[in-house]
Design a protein around this ligand. Structure first.
Ligand code: FDA
Length: 539
Protein backbone atom coordinates (compact mmCIF):
# COMPACT_ATOMS: atom_id res chain seq x y z
CA UNK A 1 0.00 0.00 0.00
CA UNK A 2 1.17 3.51 -0.80
CA UNK A 3 1.66 5.91 2.08
CA UNK A 4 0.08 9.36 1.78
CA UNK A 5 2.13 12.52 2.07
CA UNK A 6 2.32 13.55 5.70
CA UNK A 7 0.30 16.63 6.47
CA UNK A 8 -0.44 17.98 9.93
CA UNK A 9 -3.73 19.61 8.88
CA UNK A 10 -6.12 16.67 9.02
CA UNK A 11 -4.44 15.41 12.18
CA UNK A 12 -5.05 18.75 13.86
CA UNK A 13 -8.63 18.77 12.66
CA UNK A 14 -9.36 15.39 14.18
CA UNK A 15 -7.56 16.57 17.31
CA UNK A 16 -9.82 19.61 17.44
CA UNK A 17 -12.93 17.49 16.74
CA UNK A 18 -12.02 15.07 19.52
CA UNK A 19 -10.92 17.63 22.06
CA UNK A 20 -14.01 19.76 21.47
CA UNK A 21 -16.10 16.66 22.03
CA UNK A 22 -14.33 15.94 25.31
CA UNK A 23 -12.47 12.85 24.09
CA UNK A 24 -9.02 12.63 25.66
CA UNK A 25 -6.04 12.46 23.33
CA UNK A 26 -4.43 9.63 25.28
CA UNK A 27 -7.13 7.17 24.25
CA UNK A 28 -5.63 4.00 22.76
CA UNK A 29 -7.65 4.51 19.59
CA UNK A 30 -6.06 7.89 18.98
CA UNK A 31 -3.33 6.35 16.81
CA UNK A 32 -5.96 4.68 14.67
CA UNK A 33 -7.85 7.94 14.13
CA UNK A 34 -4.63 9.82 13.50
CA UNK A 35 -3.65 7.22 10.90
CA UNK A 36 -7.04 7.52 9.24
CA UNK A 37 -7.12 11.30 9.24
CA UNK A 38 -3.72 11.39 7.55
CA UNK A 39 -4.97 9.14 4.82
CA UNK A 40 -8.24 11.03 4.28
CA UNK A 41 -6.36 14.36 4.32
CA UNK A 42 -9.40 16.58 3.89
CA UNK A 43 -11.56 18.10 6.63
CA UNK A 44 -14.90 17.86 4.86
CA UNK A 45 -14.22 14.19 4.08
CA UNK A 46 -13.16 13.47 7.67
CA UNK A 47 -16.36 14.95 9.05
CA UNK A 48 -18.47 12.82 6.70
CA UNK A 49 -16.53 9.63 7.22
CA UNK A 50 -15.42 9.40 10.87
CA UNK A 51 -17.94 9.47 13.74
CA UNK A 52 -16.34 9.31 17.19
CA UNK A 53 -18.42 8.75 20.31
CA UNK A 54 -19.09 12.38 21.20
CA UNK A 55 -19.90 13.45 17.67
CA UNK A 56 -23.52 14.71 17.71
CA UNK A 57 -24.38 12.32 14.85
CA UNK A 58 -22.65 9.27 16.38
CA UNK A 59 -25.78 7.76 17.96
CA UNK A 60 -28.03 8.34 14.98
CA UNK A 61 -25.45 6.76 12.63
CA UNK A 62 -24.98 3.82 15.02
CA UNK A 63 -28.72 3.27 15.56
CA UNK A 64 -29.71 3.77 11.91
CA UNK A 65 -28.88 0.15 11.10
CA UNK A 66 -29.57 -1.63 14.38
CA UNK A 67 -32.36 -4.09 13.64
CA UNK A 68 -32.44 -5.85 16.99
CA UNK A 69 -32.98 -3.57 19.99
CA UNK A 70 -31.65 -6.37 22.24
CA UNK A 71 -28.31 -4.80 21.29
CA UNK A 72 -29.06 -1.13 21.76
CA UNK A 73 -29.07 -0.86 25.54
CA UNK A 74 -26.75 1.42 27.56
CA UNK A 75 -24.81 -1.73 28.56
CA UNK A 76 -24.22 -2.84 24.95
CA UNK A 77 -20.53 -2.33 24.02
CA UNK A 78 -20.20 0.55 21.55
CA UNK A 79 -17.64 1.12 18.79
CA UNK A 80 -15.04 3.82 19.49
CA UNK A 81 -15.68 5.06 15.96
CA UNK A 82 -17.95 4.45 13.02
CA UNK A 83 -16.37 4.85 9.62
CA UNK A 84 -18.76 5.46 6.72
CA UNK A 85 -16.54 5.36 3.62
CA UNK A 86 -17.54 7.40 0.58
CA UNK A 87 -15.22 5.57 -1.77
CA UNK A 88 -13.08 2.47 -2.05
CA UNK A 89 -9.91 4.26 -0.95
CA UNK A 90 -11.63 5.07 2.37
CA UNK A 91 -12.39 1.38 2.88
CA UNK A 92 -8.75 0.50 2.19
CA UNK A 93 -7.54 3.22 4.56
CA UNK A 94 -9.83 1.98 7.34
CA UNK A 95 -8.57 -1.54 6.82
CA UNK A 96 -4.94 -0.37 6.75
CA UNK A 97 -5.23 1.67 9.97
CA UNK A 98 -7.22 -1.02 11.84
CA UNK A 99 -4.57 -3.58 11.01
CA UNK A 100 -1.71 -1.27 11.81
CA UNK A 101 -3.09 -0.38 15.24
CA UNK A 102 -4.58 -3.76 16.06
CA UNK A 103 -8.24 -2.77 16.29
CA UNK A 104 -11.06 -5.08 15.40
CA UNK A 105 -13.28 -4.00 12.54
CA UNK A 106 -16.93 -4.98 12.25
CA UNK A 107 -18.34 -4.64 8.73
CA UNK A 108 -21.96 -3.51 8.54
CA UNK A 109 -24.30 -3.51 5.58
CA UNK A 110 -28.03 -3.75 6.50
CA UNK A 111 -27.38 -4.43 10.22
CA UNK A 112 -29.80 -7.40 10.44
CA UNK A 113 -27.32 -9.81 11.97
CA UNK A 114 -29.64 -11.42 14.51
CA UNK A 115 -26.87 -11.60 17.14
CA UNK A 116 -25.76 -8.02 16.39
CA UNK A 117 -22.26 -9.07 15.30
CA UNK A 118 -21.94 -6.28 12.73
CA UNK A 119 -22.15 -3.59 15.41
CA UNK A 120 -21.28 -5.19 18.78
CA UNK A 121 -18.02 -6.65 20.02
CA UNK A 122 -16.60 -7.48 23.44
CA UNK A 123 -13.16 -6.13 22.42
CA UNK A 124 -12.43 -2.49 21.39
CA UNK A 125 -13.68 -2.09 17.84
CA UNK A 126 -14.72 0.24 15.03
CA UNK A 127 -17.61 -0.25 12.61
CA UNK A 128 -17.04 0.00 8.88
CA UNK A 129 -20.56 0.97 7.84
CA UNK A 130 -21.27 0.65 4.12
CA UNK A 131 -24.27 2.97 4.18
CA UNK A 132 -22.78 5.09 1.38
CA UNK A 133 -22.09 2.05 -0.79
CA UNK A 134 -25.60 1.61 -2.17
CA UNK A 135 -25.31 2.13 -5.93
CA UNK A 136 -27.17 -0.32 -8.17
CA UNK A 137 -26.77 -0.71 -11.95
CA UNK A 138 -29.36 -2.85 -13.68
CA UNK A 139 -28.64 -4.09 -17.21
CA UNK A 140 -31.89 -5.58 -18.50
CA UNK A 141 -30.41 -6.39 -21.90
CA UNK A 142 -27.89 -8.79 -20.42
CA UNK A 143 -30.14 -9.66 -17.45
CA UNK A 144 -27.49 -8.78 -14.88
CA UNK A 145 -26.95 -6.11 -12.23
CA UNK A 146 -24.12 -4.77 -10.08
CA UNK A 147 -25.23 -3.96 -6.56
CA UNK A 148 -23.00 -2.38 -3.94
CA UNK A 149 -23.03 -4.33 -0.71
CA UNK A 150 -24.51 -1.56 1.46
CA UNK A 151 -27.72 -1.56 -0.60
CA UNK A 152 -30.81 -3.15 0.92
CA UNK A 153 -32.92 -5.82 -0.76
CA UNK A 154 -35.71 -3.24 -1.05
CA UNK A 155 -33.42 -0.88 -2.96
CA UNK A 156 -32.30 -3.71 -5.23
CA UNK A 157 -35.86 -4.89 -5.98
CA UNK A 158 -36.97 -1.29 -6.55
CA UNK A 159 -34.12 -0.66 -9.01
CA UNK A 160 -34.96 -3.80 -10.99
CA UNK A 161 -38.69 -3.01 -11.09
CA UNK A 162 -37.98 0.54 -12.22
CA UNK A 163 -36.64 -0.96 -15.47
CA UNK A 164 -38.73 -4.07 -16.05
CA UNK A 165 -41.62 -6.09 -14.60
CA UNK A 166 -40.44 -9.40 -16.04
CA UNK A 167 -37.07 -9.72 -14.31
CA UNK A 168 -36.45 -10.19 -10.59
CA UNK A 169 -33.87 -11.48 -8.11
CA UNK A 170 -34.32 -14.48 -5.79
CA UNK A 171 -33.42 -13.11 -2.35
CA UNK A 172 -35.09 -12.53 1.04
CA UNK A 173 -38.47 -11.15 2.01
CA UNK A 174 -37.57 -8.33 4.40
CA UNK A 175 -36.84 -5.18 2.40
CA UNK A 176 -34.43 -3.64 4.93
CA UNK A 177 -32.02 -6.62 4.96
CA UNK A 178 -28.62 -5.67 3.47
CA UNK A 179 -27.18 -7.40 0.44
CA UNK A 180 -23.73 -7.43 2.12
CA UNK A 181 -24.62 -9.84 4.92
CA UNK A 182 -27.57 -11.59 3.24
CA UNK A 183 -25.73 -12.78 0.13
CA UNK A 184 -22.71 -13.72 2.29
CA UNK A 185 -24.85 -16.31 4.11
CA UNK A 186 -27.02 -17.63 1.24
CA UNK A 187 -30.30 -15.71 1.21
CA UNK A 188 -33.68 -17.14 0.33
CA UNK A 189 -37.16 -15.81 -0.40
CA UNK A 190 -40.21 -16.40 -2.55
CA UNK A 191 -38.26 -17.40 -5.67
CA UNK A 192 -35.87 -19.92 -4.14
CA UNK A 193 -37.79 -23.06 -5.15
CA UNK A 194 -37.55 -21.84 -8.76
CA UNK A 195 -34.07 -20.31 -8.88
CA UNK A 196 -32.19 -21.23 -5.68
CA UNK A 197 -30.59 -18.85 -3.21
CA UNK A 198 -29.38 -15.32 -3.81
CA UNK A 199 -25.85 -16.74 -3.52
CA UNK A 200 -26.60 -19.27 -6.30
CA UNK A 201 -27.21 -16.31 -8.62
CA UNK A 202 -24.04 -14.28 -7.96
CA UNK A 203 -21.72 -14.30 -10.93
CA UNK A 204 -18.95 -11.91 -9.86
CA UNK A 205 -17.93 -9.74 -6.92
CA UNK A 206 -15.58 -6.91 -5.95
CA UNK A 207 -13.83 -7.51 -2.67
CA UNK A 208 -10.96 -6.01 -0.68
CA UNK A 209 -8.79 -8.68 0.89
CA UNK A 210 -6.83 -8.35 4.12
CA UNK A 211 -3.83 -6.95 2.21
CA UNK A 212 -5.92 -4.15 0.72
CA UNK A 213 -6.02 -5.67 -2.75
CA UNK A 214 -9.16 -5.07 -4.79
CA UNK A 215 -10.18 -8.38 -6.31
CA UNK A 216 -12.79 -9.62 -8.72
CA UNK A 217 -13.85 -13.20 -9.39
CA UNK A 218 -10.90 -13.86 -11.64
CA UNK A 219 -8.24 -12.37 -9.40
CA UNK A 220 -9.62 -13.79 -6.14
CA UNK A 221 -9.82 -17.29 -7.64
CA UNK A 222 -12.65 -19.81 -7.56
CA UNK A 223 -11.97 -20.99 -3.98
CA UNK A 224 -12.47 -17.52 -2.50
CA UNK A 225 -15.37 -16.77 -4.84
CA UNK A 226 -16.97 -20.01 -3.62
CA UNK A 227 -16.39 -19.11 0.06
CA UNK A 228 -17.86 -15.59 -0.04
CA UNK A 229 -21.14 -16.90 -1.48
CA UNK A 230 -22.52 -18.43 1.70
CA UNK A 231 -19.58 -18.89 4.09
CA UNK A 232 -20.77 -16.00 6.29
CA UNK A 233 -19.77 -12.33 6.39
CA UNK A 234 -16.82 -10.65 8.11
CA UNK A 235 -14.52 -13.59 7.37
CA UNK A 236 -12.77 -13.51 3.99
CA UNK A 237 -12.64 -9.79 3.20
CA UNK A 238 -14.82 -6.75 2.65
CA UNK A 239 -17.25 -7.28 -0.21
CA UNK A 240 -17.79 -3.98 -2.03
CA UNK A 241 -20.24 -5.12 -4.69
CA UNK A 242 -21.90 -8.18 -6.19
CA UNK A 243 -22.67 -8.92 -9.82
CA UNK A 244 -25.93 -10.85 -9.97
CA UNK A 245 -27.87 -12.73 -12.58
CA UNK A 246 -31.47 -11.54 -12.87
CA UNK A 247 -34.19 -14.16 -13.32
CA UNK A 248 -37.38 -14.11 -15.41
CA UNK A 249 -40.80 -13.72 -13.77
CA UNK A 250 -44.21 -13.40 -15.43
CA UNK A 251 -45.82 -9.96 -15.54
CA UNK A 252 -48.56 -11.35 -13.26
CA UNK A 253 -48.01 -13.60 -10.24
CA UNK A 254 -50.64 -14.81 -7.75
CA UNK A 255 -50.23 -14.53 -3.99
CA UNK A 256 -52.47 -16.16 -1.40
CA UNK A 257 -53.03 -16.43 2.34
CA UNK A 258 -55.13 -19.00 4.19
CA UNK A 259 -55.38 -18.89 7.99
CA UNK A 260 -56.26 -21.97 10.02
CA UNK A 261 -56.36 -21.96 13.80
CA UNK A 262 -56.40 -24.93 16.18
CA UNK A 263 -60.20 -25.07 16.08
CA UNK A 264 -60.03 -25.16 12.26
CA UNK A 265 -57.72 -28.19 12.13
CA UNK A 266 -54.45 -26.28 11.84
CA UNK A 267 -52.50 -29.22 13.27
CA UNK A 268 -53.88 -31.79 10.82
CA UNK A 269 -53.52 -29.47 7.81
CA UNK A 270 -49.93 -28.60 8.67
CA UNK A 271 -49.23 -32.31 9.22
CA UNK A 272 -50.52 -33.06 5.71
CA UNK A 273 -48.65 -30.06 4.22
CA UNK A 274 -45.35 -31.67 5.20
CA UNK A 275 -45.97 -34.55 2.77
CA UNK A 276 -46.98 -32.34 -0.15
CA UNK A 277 -45.38 -28.90 -0.20
CA UNK A 278 -41.80 -29.88 -1.13
CA UNK A 279 -43.08 -31.90 -4.12
CA UNK A 280 -45.23 -29.14 -5.63
CA UNK A 281 -44.04 -27.52 -8.91
CA UNK A 282 -41.10 -25.15 -8.44
CA UNK A 283 -43.22 -22.21 -9.71
CA UNK A 284 -44.95 -22.32 -6.32
CA UNK A 285 -43.54 -20.93 -3.08
CA UNK A 286 -45.31 -21.85 0.16
CA UNK A 287 -44.53 -20.76 3.68
CA UNK A 288 -46.30 -21.60 6.95
CA UNK A 289 -46.19 -19.13 9.87
CA UNK A 290 -47.18 -20.36 13.30
CA UNK A 291 -48.25 -17.63 15.75
CA UNK A 292 -50.49 -17.03 18.74
CA UNK A 293 -53.71 -15.12 17.92
CA UNK A 294 -57.01 -14.18 19.58
CA UNK A 295 -59.56 -16.96 19.54
CA UNK A 296 -63.20 -16.44 18.53
CA UNK A 297 -64.00 -17.00 22.23
CA UNK A 298 -63.64 -13.64 23.97
CA UNK A 299 -60.52 -13.38 26.09
CA UNK A 300 -59.09 -16.69 24.81
CA UNK A 301 -56.04 -17.35 22.65
CA UNK A 302 -55.42 -19.94 20.00
CA UNK A 303 -52.58 -20.82 17.63
CA UNK A 304 -52.80 -20.03 13.94
CA UNK A 305 -51.03 -21.60 10.98
CA UNK A 306 -50.87 -19.05 8.17
CA UNK A 307 -50.31 -20.69 4.77
CA UNK A 308 -48.95 -17.97 2.52
CA UNK A 309 -47.52 -18.44 -0.93
CA UNK A 310 -47.01 -17.30 -4.47
CA UNK A 311 -47.40 -18.91 -7.87
CA UNK A 312 -45.50 -17.65 -10.90
CA UNK A 313 -48.74 -17.74 -12.85
CA UNK A 314 -52.43 -16.79 -12.74
CA UNK A 315 -55.12 -17.42 -10.15
CA UNK A 316 -56.96 -20.14 -12.08
CA UNK A 317 -53.81 -22.19 -12.45
CA UNK A 318 -53.10 -21.79 -8.72
CA UNK A 319 -56.56 -22.88 -7.60
CA UNK A 320 -56.57 -25.89 -9.93
CA UNK A 321 -53.13 -26.93 -8.66
CA UNK A 322 -53.95 -26.61 -4.96
CA UNK A 323 -57.37 -28.24 -5.29
CA UNK A 324 -55.69 -31.16 -7.01
CA UNK A 325 -52.63 -31.59 -4.75
CA UNK A 326 -53.63 -30.06 -1.41
CA UNK A 327 -57.45 -29.86 -1.20
CA UNK A 328 -57.25 -29.88 2.64
CA UNK A 329 -56.13 -26.24 2.49
CA UNK A 330 -59.50 -25.17 1.07
CA UNK A 331 -57.95 -22.45 -1.08
CA UNK A 332 -60.60 -20.21 -2.67
CA UNK A 333 -60.45 -17.29 -5.05
CA UNK A 334 -61.02 -14.77 -2.27
CA UNK A 335 -57.74 -15.91 -0.65
CA UNK A 336 -55.81 -14.99 -3.81
CA UNK A 337 -54.59 -11.82 -5.46
CA UNK A 338 -52.99 -11.32 -8.85
CA UNK A 339 -50.26 -8.67 -8.93
CA UNK A 340 -46.82 -7.84 -10.31
CA UNK A 341 -43.73 -9.43 -8.76
CA UNK A 342 -42.68 -6.11 -7.19
CA UNK A 343 -46.10 -5.83 -5.51
CA UNK A 344 -45.62 -9.34 -4.17
CA UNK A 345 -42.44 -8.05 -2.48
CA UNK A 346 -44.66 -5.61 -0.53
CA UNK A 347 -47.15 -8.39 0.24
CA UNK A 348 -44.54 -10.76 1.71
CA UNK A 349 -42.68 -7.93 3.41
CA UNK A 350 -45.78 -6.96 5.42
CA UNK A 351 -45.93 -3.54 3.70
CA UNK A 352 -48.99 -1.64 2.48
CA UNK A 353 -49.67 -2.40 -1.19
CA UNK A 354 -50.00 1.26 -2.15
CA UNK A 355 -46.62 2.46 -3.39
CA UNK A 356 -43.40 0.63 -4.12
CA UNK A 357 -41.49 3.71 -2.89
CA UNK A 358 -41.82 2.27 0.61
CA UNK A 359 -39.12 -0.24 -0.40
CA UNK A 360 -36.63 2.63 -0.08
CA UNK A 361 -37.72 3.39 3.49
CA UNK A 362 -35.48 1.67 6.05
CA UNK A 363 -37.83 2.66 8.88
CA UNK A 364 -41.06 1.33 7.40
CA UNK A 365 -41.31 -1.53 9.89
CA UNK A 366 -41.11 -1.43 13.71
CA UNK A 367 -37.80 -2.59 15.19
CA UNK A 368 -37.98 -4.96 18.16
CA UNK A 369 -35.75 -7.14 20.32
CA UNK A 370 -35.44 -10.73 19.16
CA UNK A 371 -33.74 -14.09 19.40
CA UNK A 372 -33.71 -16.56 16.50
CA UNK A 373 -32.92 -20.25 16.08
CA UNK A 374 -33.28 -22.48 13.05
CA UNK A 375 -33.72 -26.13 12.09
CA UNK A 376 -34.06 -28.28 9.00
CA UNK A 377 -36.71 -31.01 8.86
CA UNK A 378 -36.20 -34.16 6.75
CA UNK A 379 -39.05 -36.41 7.95
CA UNK A 380 -42.65 -35.31 8.55
CA UNK A 381 -43.29 -34.55 12.22
CA UNK A 382 -46.06 -36.77 13.63
CA UNK A 383 -49.31 -35.07 14.61
CA UNK A 384 -48.55 -35.54 18.30
CA UNK A 385 -45.25 -33.68 17.79
CA UNK A 386 -47.01 -30.79 16.04
CA UNK A 387 -49.55 -30.61 18.87
CA UNK A 388 -46.70 -30.08 21.32
CA UNK A 389 -45.17 -27.38 19.10
CA UNK A 390 -48.52 -25.61 18.88
CA UNK A 391 -49.03 -25.74 22.62
CA UNK A 392 -45.67 -24.07 23.21
CA UNK A 393 -47.05 -21.09 21.26
CA UNK A 394 -49.82 -20.75 23.85
CA UNK A 395 -47.26 -19.99 26.56
CA UNK A 396 -47.01 -16.45 27.89
CA UNK A 397 -43.55 -15.73 26.38
CA UNK A 398 -44.81 -16.59 22.89
CA UNK A 399 -47.16 -13.59 22.54
CA UNK A 400 -44.91 -12.25 19.77
CA UNK A 401 -43.20 -15.42 18.64
CA UNK A 402 -43.31 -16.95 15.18
CA UNK A 403 -42.13 -20.15 13.53
CA UNK A 404 -41.48 -19.41 9.85
CA UNK A 405 -41.52 -22.59 7.79
CA UNK A 406 -40.82 -22.40 4.04
CA UNK A 407 -41.19 -25.56 1.99
CA UNK A 408 -37.97 -26.69 0.27
CA UNK A 409 -37.67 -28.87 -2.85
CA UNK A 410 -37.67 -27.59 -6.44
CA UNK A 411 -34.36 -26.06 -7.55
CA UNK A 412 -32.92 -26.52 -4.04
CA UNK A 413 -32.97 -30.30 -4.64
CA UNK A 414 -30.98 -29.96 -7.87
CA UNK A 415 -27.98 -28.09 -6.45
CA UNK A 416 -25.26 -30.30 -4.95
CA UNK A 417 -24.42 -29.76 -1.25
CA UNK A 418 -20.89 -28.65 -2.02
CA UNK A 419 -21.73 -26.29 -4.89
CA UNK A 420 -21.60 -23.39 -2.41
CA UNK A 421 -20.91 -23.26 1.36
CA UNK A 422 -24.70 -23.39 2.04
CA UNK A 423 -25.23 -27.18 2.25
CA UNK A 424 -28.93 -27.61 3.11
CA UNK A 425 -30.24 -28.86 -0.22
CA UNK A 426 -31.89 -32.15 -1.31
CA UNK A 427 -33.61 -34.15 1.41
CA UNK A 428 -35.02 -31.21 3.34
CA UNK A 429 -38.79 -30.93 3.51
CA UNK A 430 -38.52 -27.48 5.01
CA UNK A 431 -36.54 -25.11 7.17
CA UNK A 432 -37.98 -23.78 10.42
CA UNK A 433 -36.88 -20.47 11.91
CA UNK A 434 -38.17 -19.76 15.40
CA UNK A 435 -38.15 -16.08 16.34
CA UNK A 436 -39.25 -14.78 19.71
CA UNK A 437 -39.74 -11.00 19.95
CA UNK A 438 -40.26 -8.49 22.71
CA UNK A 439 -40.14 -4.71 23.02
CA UNK A 440 -37.06 -2.68 23.82
CA UNK A 441 -38.77 -1.63 27.07
CA UNK A 442 -38.90 -5.31 28.08
CA UNK A 443 -35.16 -5.86 27.55
CA UNK A 444 -34.65 -6.33 31.29
CA UNK A 445 -36.79 -9.47 30.97
CA UNK A 446 -35.12 -10.74 27.80
CA UNK A 447 -33.94 -13.83 29.74
CA UNK A 448 -37.45 -15.28 29.91
CA UNK A 449 -37.99 -14.92 26.16
CA UNK A 450 -34.58 -16.37 25.34
CA UNK A 451 -35.23 -19.36 27.63
CA UNK A 452 -38.55 -19.93 25.87
CA UNK A 453 -36.73 -20.13 22.52
CA UNK A 454 -34.21 -22.58 24.05
CA UNK A 455 -37.04 -24.74 25.42
CA UNK A 456 -38.73 -24.75 22.03
CA UNK A 457 -35.44 -25.73 20.37
CA UNK A 458 -34.97 -28.52 22.86
CA UNK A 459 -38.55 -29.70 22.32
CA UNK A 460 -37.93 -29.93 18.55
CA UNK A 461 -34.82 -32.15 18.93
CA UNK A 462 -36.43 -35.51 18.06
CA UNK A 463 -38.12 -34.11 14.95
CA UNK A 464 -35.31 -32.29 13.14
CA UNK A 465 -32.02 -33.03 11.36
CA UNK A 466 -29.37 -34.87 13.37
CA UNK A 467 -25.60 -35.40 13.33
CA UNK A 468 -25.21 -32.56 12.76
CA UNK A 469 -28.37 -30.72 13.78
CA UNK A 470 -28.25 -28.31 10.85
CA UNK A 471 -28.84 -24.55 11.14
CA UNK A 472 -28.95 -21.56 8.78
CA UNK A 473 -26.01 -19.19 9.23
CA UNK A 474 -28.15 -16.17 8.26
CA UNK A 475 -30.28 -16.83 11.38
CA UNK A 476 -27.15 -16.82 13.48
CA UNK A 477 -27.43 -18.39 16.91
CA UNK A 478 -24.56 -17.93 19.36
CA UNK A 479 -26.00 -20.72 21.56
CA UNK A 480 -24.45 -23.09 19.00
CA UNK A 481 -20.93 -22.04 19.99
CA UNK A 482 -18.47 -19.19 19.63
CA UNK A 483 -14.88 -18.45 18.78
CA UNK A 484 -12.53 -17.45 21.60
CA UNK A 485 -11.10 -13.95 21.55
CA UNK A 486 -7.74 -15.37 20.55
CA UNK A 487 -7.11 -18.87 19.22
CA UNK A 488 -10.03 -21.16 18.32
CA UNK A 489 -9.24 -24.74 17.39
CA UNK A 490 -10.70 -26.39 14.32
CA UNK A 491 -12.45 -28.88 16.62
CA UNK A 492 -14.10 -26.16 18.69
CA UNK A 493 -15.31 -24.19 15.67
CA UNK A 494 -16.52 -27.40 13.99
CA UNK A 495 -19.27 -27.66 16.60
CA UNK A 496 -21.19 -24.74 15.10
CA UNK A 497 -19.36 -24.80 11.74
CA UNK A 498 -20.63 -28.27 10.83
CA UNK A 499 -24.21 -27.22 11.70
CA UNK A 500 -24.08 -24.25 9.35
CA UNK A 501 -21.91 -25.74 6.61
CA UNK A 502 -21.76 -29.54 7.08
CA UNK A 503 -18.71 -30.91 5.18
CA UNK A 504 -18.13 -27.54 3.49
CA UNK A 505 -16.75 -26.25 6.80
CA UNK A 506 -13.42 -27.99 6.08
CA UNK A 507 -13.01 -26.18 2.74
CA UNK A 508 -14.02 -22.86 4.31
CA UNK A 509 -11.25 -23.28 6.91
CA UNK A 510 -8.75 -24.02 4.13
CA UNK A 511 -9.76 -20.90 2.19
CA UNK A 512 -9.62 -18.78 5.35
CA UNK A 513 -6.14 -20.13 6.17
CA UNK A 514 -4.98 -19.14 2.71
CA UNK A 515 -6.48 -15.65 2.46
CA UNK A 516 -6.44 -14.38 6.07
CA UNK A 517 -4.02 -16.57 8.06
CA UNK A 518 -3.63 -13.96 10.83
CA UNK A 519 -7.43 -13.96 11.33
CA UNK A 520 -7.90 -10.19 10.95
CA UNK A 521 -11.52 -10.51 9.79
CA UNK A 522 -13.22 -12.18 12.70
CA UNK A 523 -16.21 -12.29 14.95
CA UNK A 524 -17.78 -14.79 17.36
CA UNK A 525 -18.72 -17.15 14.52
CA UNK A 526 -16.32 -16.34 11.69
CA UNK A 527 -14.39 -19.21 10.13
CA UNK A 528 -11.04 -19.55 11.95
CA UNK A 529 -7.76 -20.27 10.12
CA UNK A 530 -6.17 -23.65 10.79
CA UNK A 531 -3.18 -22.37 12.72
CA UNK A 532 -3.66 -19.08 14.46
CA UNK A 533 -0.80 -16.57 14.80
CA UNK A 534 -0.75 -17.17 18.57
CA UNK A 535 -0.27 -20.90 18.13
CA UNK A 536 2.46 -20.32 15.58
CA UNK A 537 4.36 -18.25 18.11
CA UNK A 538 3.98 -21.16 20.50
CA UNK A 539 1.92 -19.17 23.03
P1 FDA B 1 -25.32 -7.09 8.77
O1 FDA B 1 -24.88 -5.81 8.22
O2 FDA B 1 -25.62 -7.16 10.23
O3 FDA B 1 -24.30 -8.21 8.35
C1 FDA B 1 -24.42 -9.57 8.68
C2 FDA B 1 -23.04 -10.22 8.72
O4 FDA B 1 -22.38 -10.03 7.47
C3 FDA B 1 -22.12 -9.58 9.76
O5 FDA B 1 -21.22 -10.57 10.24
C4 FDA B 1 -21.37 -8.55 8.96
O6 FDA B 1 -20.14 -8.17 9.55
C5 FDA B 1 -21.20 -9.23 7.62
N1 FDA B 1 -21.14 -8.30 6.48
C6 FDA B 1 -22.05 -7.35 6.17
N2 FDA B 1 -21.69 -6.70 5.06
C7 FDA B 1 -20.54 -7.25 4.64
C8 FDA B 1 -19.68 -7.01 3.54
N3 FDA B 1 -19.95 -6.06 2.65
N4 FDA B 1 -18.55 -7.75 3.41
C9 FDA B 1 -18.27 -8.73 4.31
N5 FDA B 1 -19.05 -9.01 5.38
C10 FDA B 1 -20.18 -8.28 5.54
N6 FDA B 1 -32.69 -14.27 5.61
C11 FDA B 1 -33.18 -14.92 4.53
O7 FDA B 1 -32.48 -15.75 3.93
N7 FDA B 1 -34.42 -14.62 4.05
C12 FDA B 1 -35.24 -13.70 4.62
O8 FDA B 1 -36.34 -13.47 4.16
C13 FDA B 1 -34.74 -13.02 5.79
N8 FDA B 1 -35.50 -12.10 6.45
C14 FDA B 1 -35.03 -11.49 7.59
C15 FDA B 1 -35.82 -10.57 8.29
C16 FDA B 1 -35.34 -9.97 9.45
C17 FDA B 1 -36.22 -8.97 10.17
C18 FDA B 1 -34.05 -10.30 9.95
C19 FDA B 1 -33.54 -9.68 11.23
C20 FDA B 1 -33.26 -11.20 9.26
C21 FDA B 1 -33.74 -11.80 8.08
N9 FDA B 1 -32.95 -12.70 7.38
C22 FDA B 1 -33.45 -13.34 6.26
C23 FDA B 1 -31.59 -13.00 7.83
C24 FDA B 1 -30.58 -12.12 7.06
O9 FDA B 1 -30.38 -12.68 5.78
C25 FDA B 1 -29.22 -12.09 7.80
O10 FDA B 1 -29.39 -11.55 9.07
C26 FDA B 1 -28.18 -11.30 7.01
O11 FDA B 1 -26.90 -11.65 7.45
C27 FDA B 1 -28.38 -9.81 7.17
O12 FDA B 1 -27.53 -9.08 6.34
P2 FDA B 1 -27.29 -7.52 6.65
O13 FDA B 1 -26.35 -7.00 5.68
O14 FDA B 1 -28.61 -6.86 6.80
O15 FDA B 1 -26.69 -7.60 8.12
Amino acid sequence: MKFPQFSMLPFLMVAVMLSLSGTTLSHPYWDFLHCLSLRLANYSTISKVIYVQNNPSYSSVLNASIHNTRFSTPATPKPFAIITPLKTSHVRSTLYCSKKHGFQLRIRSGGHDVEGLSYVSEVPFAILDLLNFRAIKVDTKNEVAWVQSGATLGELYYAIAAKTNTLAFPAGMCHTVGTGGHFSGGGYGTLFRKYGLAADNIIDARMIDVNGRILDRKSMGEDVFWAIRGGGGNTFGIVLAWKIKLVPVPAVVTVFTVNKNLEQNATKIFHRWQYIAHKLPDDLFMNVWITKVNSSQVGMKTVQATFRGMLLGGVDELITLIQDKFPELGLAEENCNEMSWIESVLYFGGLPLQSVDILLDKNALPIVSLKAKSDYVKEPIPESGIEGLMSMFLEEEADNAVAMIPAFGGKMDDIPENELPYPHRAGNLYEATYIVQWTKEENAESGKYISWSRRLYSYMTPYVSKSPREAYVNYRDLDLGMNNNDYTSYEQASIWGSKYFKNNFKRLVQVKTKVDPMNFFRNEQSIPPLLSPWKKKGN
